[in-house]
Every structure is written in structure tokens, then in C-alpha cells.
Ligand binder design. Structure first.
Ligand code: PGA
Length: 253
């Protein structure tokens, strides 16, 4: 099976007022034609900006130069869930993807694997591609448990209907997120190879699932990380807030 197209996903987290969002989205869109042959570009703005970004980039989205995604969704399609956003709502705004189980959600909102599984299923039912985030804490890595943690999280959160084209997995070691620290290339390769093996046990087309690395990805380290055999893209936080950096990461693919 041919290697899946590289996905460079920007997680804006809780950043940006409307003017910032429009400026950033337009700048990324302006640079997209130069990198689109190498990678699919995805922007995941905060929920408040999705509609604005989606409208601003309507033509660019139609051309497939960039994609838009959410950062989280509720497991249910609608109901009495104050402050939450559902997967069909994100789809209605033009989203193609949604991040689920990010470590900041797991930590700040006590999300566990069964909840992440529910969200991933809800995303697929709404026609979205869930980007399921997994990754060990520093203490777990020090205890030699990184591979077991990642395998357990994938097993606990992968929808039964998962196929190569309807799910993405992001390996994000918790201790590498926003810290400037990254695992060694050998450590990233070890985890990604183990994830690939696990997916091939669970699915007939596991080789086609895109496996992203996330955690302090920047222009200076993107090329070597993206060159690893089972790394099919990156989930980028801080560096996705600067269009030049985000585009440089995509150009390194
Ligand atoms: P970072 O965040 O690139 O700022 O480390 C990555 C993420 O949380 O997805």
C-alpha cells in the first residue's frame, strides 16, 4: 500500500480573537499552494473561530488546499450539555477532522479512554475523521511503560469501524507538549513502529492509517521527524500560531 499523504495539523488551542484568526488563516492559505503537493494542511481553531475561518477560506477549502477541524467534541449529537460542541455541529461548519483525547483534555477535563472512544465514534458518525491523541507522561516513560501506555490508549479508544481513511492517531508524549523537549528519533520511531504493528493486528488496512507525531515540533526538527518510516505527519501546537513556521514544517515533509 502506498504511504498515506502527510498531514500537518495545527492545534491553535485556546488562542486567537477574530482578527488574529483571520490573519493566521489567510497567511496559511496564501502559502498552501507551495506545499500542497507534500502535505495536507489542517487548521484546528478554537470553536469560536471555526465559522469565521471556514467562511473566510471558503474558496480555499473548496479547492482542497487546507482543511479545518475542531479541537474536541461531545459524544452526543445534541442535548443538555452546557458549553459543549457536538460532532455534527463541527461538520456543519465545514470541519473535516476533530482532535479527541488531547492530553490537555485528559488532564484538565479528566477524559479517559472510554470517553475518547465515544467521541471518536461520534466523530465518525458525523462524517468527521477523529485525530485520536495518545502518549505517556514523563513518569510513565521513566518507568519504561511508554509502549504499554500507548498500546492501551489506542486499544481503548479506537472505534470498531476504524479504517485507514476514517481515523488518524497522534502520538504526543505529554512531557514533550509545549516544553521544547522532544524524544530522540529512535524513541519516536520505536513508538510509531509499535503503533503500526498494533493497528495491523486490529485492522486489515492498518498500514494506511496516518500516524502523527506531536510535541514541540518546529521548523528545525520537522524534517528528521517526518522522515521516520511510520511518521505520516505532525500535530503542531505553538508553532502553528505562526504561519511561516507552520508552512515551513509542511515544506519539510
Ligand atoms: P506543541 O503542542 O507543539 O506546542 O508542543 C502540541 C500539541 O499539544 O498538540
Amino acid at each position: 500500500m502506498a504511504a498515506p499523504k502527510t498531514l500537518i495539523a495545527g492545534n491553535w488551542k485556546m488562542n486567537g480573537l477574530r482578527a488574529d484568526g483571520v490573519t493566521l488563516a489567510k497567511s496559511v492559505a496564501a502559502g498552501a499552494p507551495a506545499v500542497v503537493a507534500k502535505a495536507e494542511l489542517l487548521m484546528c481553531p478554537p470553536a469560536t473561530l471555526i465559522s469565521l475561518v471556514s467562511n473566510t477560506l471558503a474558496e480555499v477549502l473548496r479547492q482542497g488546499l487546507v482543511s479545518i477541524g475542531g479541537q474536541n467534541c461531545h459524544p452526543e449529537a445534541s442535548g443538555a450539555h452546557t458549553g459543549d460542541v457536538s460532532a455534527p455541529m463541527l461538520a456543519d461548519l465545514g470541519c473535516k477532522y476533530v482532535i479527541v483525547g488531547h492530553s490537555e483534555r485528559r488532564t484538565n477535563h479528566s477524559e479517559d479512554d472510554p470517553q475518547v472512544w465515544q467521541k471518536a465514534v461520534a466523530a465518525q458518525q458525523a462524517g468527521l475523521i477523529p485525530i485520536i491523541c495518545v502518549g505517556e507522561t514523563e513518569a510513565e516513560r521513566d518507568r519504561g511503560e511508554a509502549l504499554n501506555v500507548v498500546r492501551r490508549q489506542i486499544t481503548g479508544s479506537l472505534p470498531d469501524a476504524a479504517k485507514a481513511g476514517n481515523v488518524v492517531i497522534a502520538y504526543e508524549p505529554v512531557w514533550a507538549i509545549g516544553t521544547g523537549k522532544t524524544p530522540s528519533l529512535a524513541d519516536i520511531a520505536e513508538v510509531h513502529d509499535a503503533m503500526r504493528a498494533l493497528l495491523n493486528e486490529k485492522m486489515t488496512d492498518g498500514d494506511g492509517v496516518r500516524l502523527l507525531y506531536g510535541g514541540s515540533v518546529k521548523p528545525g526538527n520537522a524534517a528528521e521527524i517526518l522522515a521516520l518510516a511510520n511518521v505520516n505527519g505532525a500535530l503542531v501546537g505553538g508553532a502553528s500560531l505562526k504561519a511561516d513556521d507552520f508552512l515551513a514544517i509542511a515544506a519539510a515533509a
